[in-house]
Design a protein around this ligand. Sequence first.
Ligand SMILES: Cc1cc2nc3c(=O)[nH]c(=O)nc-3n(C[C@H](O)[C@H](O)[C@H](O)COP(=O)(O)O)c2cc1C
Length: 182
Amino acid sequence: MSQQTPSALVVYESLFGNTALVARAIVRGLRAAGLDAHRAPVSSLESTGSGDIDLLMLGAPTHAFSLSRPRSRSDAVRQGAPPDRAESGAREWIRSVSPDRFGTSVVVVFDTRVAKVRRWPLAAGRTAGRLLRRRGFHLLRKPEAFLVDGVRGPLSAGEEERAEHWGQTIGAAFLADQHHRS
Ligand SMILES: Cc1cc2nc3c(=O)[nH]c(=O)nc-3n(C[C@H](O)[C@H](O)[C@H](O)COP(=O)(O)O)c2cc1C
């Protein structure tokens, strides 16, 4: 754990841009809580860097009740998503990460999903949490869901604000925890 302002990295997958907006709002909230927060698309391990992060967050859209796969991302492209965003996803990214790589084992996960199935437990966040635990990460919280009105979005009313608030809550909880540990 560094002596300076604790840092957070929000890594996200987003085919249509909705999860990216949630990630941006979460970064605002984390910053408001006092963390040095940044975000990066999941498209490559290079893009998300490594080393010396205190809190890692991962967000992904729900595809077929789970994390995306190459075929579901192609499906999203057929529905209008930019092809370059379909090259890789959170599932592939998780395979290449470890607590050592980021200098932290603390992770928080979120997903986006369509509003009408919001209470359905099988979604991207749950899969991401399970796979990250297998890689040695520890989930600070249970996964959170943010809602979109349809496959391409937009985010449902109030979700961006909720994401910002949630980011602030996570940031504050993380800092309080860190305080207790030191
Ligand atoms: C192939 C495909 C499968 C999907 N399956 C689900 C699903 O099982 N449950 C759900 O709630 N949303 C599902 N969706 C909707 C996505 O969750 C939605 O597109 C996503 O949250 C939008 O986020 P993004 O703009 O960041 O890609 C699916 C979308 C696609 C393209």
